[in-house]
Design a protein around this ligand. Structure first.
Ligand code: GLY
Length: 565
């Protein structure tokens, strides 16, 4: 019976993938995001003469309206850009701990973590970075042809005039009704008294429209000063003033040194600390590179063969074990980047890999445990007609963040403080335990897994990709890169393929329901892996670029849309 169920699920999965395995084609530009409205807005900006960065900023503001659960101006994110002329930038607009934050803020008198304080209270929020980041990118790297008002106008219109809820979005509101009803300002906007939300309902956000209008007319000051700042500070005064005027005024997004690596004939550009994604992806590719060249006899590295899954799992274990010990906001912690990224370090790390047997995670040094993940981050990828590429991942952490809407300003605050390590050894929402590297300090940024990435071929953008998925983001981006580079998939096939994930602790190899055959499960068990089925892993949105144009791959998981022109 179990065998039949498994077979049935695999058939369904194959059907989904094969029915829709073609990427969307565009010759002049491509936008792939989690929201149809936001993807259209990005394409419109490109058609109006904007470049990929203009479009990325406009999409970011549009998502604040159409994807309130994750793409919200109460949060933060990372942007990786690569221009046709070779220029690269990586921008960190991650939230910052308020100046009142301190190491033990989430502990009670007995030194125990106070449940929920870093997740669902006013104290859960860091100072939001999205507005500063989106505006900085537009100002520094935009085409100069799209004025601020034009950039924000589509988002303001969607908020003010409302938009039709998709079935997915209506369901998401309904599914989260209890959570969205806990805070009065949130309840007023995101729930209905009379009935559940339905597909096609018009969803208005008048207060958010006013906030976006203030940003459109005053830029950064429309959020970090004036009325919006006052509304944020007033809300925070309810708990004694967690975020102050000064915290808001002091917020700055920062350009970070890009993390660069190579694999086969490709170069990879990704995000550095406070993201852990870039370093881990390169570290894992370095390990795989050594294994694929040195193993004798060579292993079967075919897509999702048992050897392939085994080796990637072993590699993931080692990289995630390093994450806890060594990674944090590099403004506060000396991250040994060069060592972690070096081939010689990878050589050292793979010495303990046994090609036939799983290593017990307890035998691997350094660590963090990951149990649960929030999938509520969002990723979008954009390419313009000149071949400029932008990859953005943004979040308010878990779905609908802290659940607390800034009264009168219409947006929900993040609960990103939970990405810090509240206490060594105690897991956060993602099950992550950390140490000093990611301890709470005022003005520090919590460690993230978000990994917006661009892969270059002959020094030109070839893949633009990323995904939500909490701690699974990093392994999803890795598998997508390999799906294209090693397994010759097109971008749609790559993002839609079944995924697996392992993160050292717990010592478990997760796979998407119905994606592994019984034989594969048996092979992996024989190698010593403890396997667990779970739901979808991530929602990857990618673009592949070749001589025939731009190819958009929107993940069938969730509600993603690729639009090209
Ligand atoms: N909040 C999830 C992450 O940044 O990794």
């Amino acid at each position: 019976m179990k065998y039949l169920k498994n077979l049935f699920l695999i058939l369904i999965l194959l059907l989904i993938i094969s029915c829709d395995s073609k990427p969307v084609h565009g010759k002049n530009g491509m936008v792939v995001s989690t929201s149809t409205q936001a993807s259209k807005i990005g394409i419109d900006i490109l058609k109006q003469g904007g470049n990929a960065v203009d479009a990325a900023s406009a999409v970011g503001f549009a998502l604040a309206v159409t994807s309130s659960s994750n793409g919200n101006i109460g949060g933060g994110g990372f942007m990786v850009g690569h221009f046709a002329d070779g220029k690269t930038f990586t921008l960190d607009f991650r939230e910052m701990a308020p100046s009142k934050a301190y190491k033990d803020i989430y502990l009670d008198d007995n030194n125990n973590v106070i449940e929920g304080k870093s997740l669902t209270t006013h104290f859960a929020s860091g100072v939001p970075g999205s507005v500063d980041g989106l505006l900085k990118a537009w100002r520094d790297h935009g085409s100069g042809s799209i004025p601020l008002k034009q950039l924000l106008e589509p988002a303001i219109n969607l908020a003010n005039n409302g938009f039709k809820l998709s079935k997915y979005e209506a369901n998401r509101f309904n599914k989260n009704k209890d959570f969205l009803s806990k805070h009065s300002a949130t309840k007023l906007i995101f729930t209905r008294n009379d009935r559940e939300w339905k597909e096609g309902d018009i969803f208005f956000q008048k207060d958010l429209a006013k906030t976006l209008t203030r940003i459109a007319s005053k830029g950064r000051d429309g959020f970090y000063k004036g009325i919006t700042a006052k509304l944020i500070v007033e809300e925070m005064k309810k708990v004694g003033g967690w975020i102050t005027y000064q915290d808001l005024d002091n917020y700055l997004s920062k350009y970070r040194e890009p993390i660069i690596g190579s694999f086969n004939d490709y170069n990879i550009i990704s995000m550095g600390p406070p993201s852990s994604g870039g370093i881990l992806i390169i570290q894992m590719l370095n390990m795989l590179d050594l294994l694929q060249t040195n193993l004798n006899p060579p292993l079967d590295l075919d897509f999702n063969s048992s050897d392939y899954i085994h080796l990637l799992t072993e590699i993931e274990r080692r990289a995630y074990a390093d994450r806890a010990e060594h990674l944090g906001d590099s403004d506060f912690w000396d991250v040994p980047k060069e060592i972690l990224l070096s081939k010689s370090y990878a050589e050292d790390r793979i010495k303990s890999i046994d090609v036939s047997n799983a290593t017990n995670s307890n035998d691997i040094n350094h660590g963090l445990k990951m149990i649960k993940e929030s999938e509520e981050t969002t990723h979008y990828s954009i390419v313009d007609k000149d071949g400029n590429a932008v990859s953005v991942t943004t979040t308010i952490n878990s779905g609908y963040g802290s659940g607390i809407t800034i009264n009168g300003a219409g947006f929900i605050m993040n609960n990103e403080m939970d990405d810090f390590s509240s206490k060594p050894g105690v897991p956060n929402l993602f099950g992550l335990v950390g140490n000093e590297a990611n301890a709470i300090q005022p003005k520090k940024r919590p460690l993230s897994s978000m990994s917006p990435t661009i892969v270059l071929k002959n020094n030109k953008p070839f893949l633009v990709l990323g995904t939500p998925g909490g701690s699974t983001i990093i392994t999803t981006v890795l598998q997508n890169i390999l799906n294209v580079i090693l397994h010759d998939m097109n971008i749609k096939e790559a993002v839609s393929s079944p995924r697996f994930h392992s993160q050292w602790l717990p010592d478990v190899l997760y796979y998407e329901e119905g994606s592994f055959s019984n034989k594969l499960i048996l092979d992996l068990k024989t190698k010593g892996h403890d396997l667990k089925q779970r739901g979808n892993i991530g929602e990857a949105n990618g673009i592949m670029i070749n001589e025939k144009g731009f190819w958009g791959g929107a993940d069938y998981r969730g509600e993603n849309t690729a639009i090209g022109y």
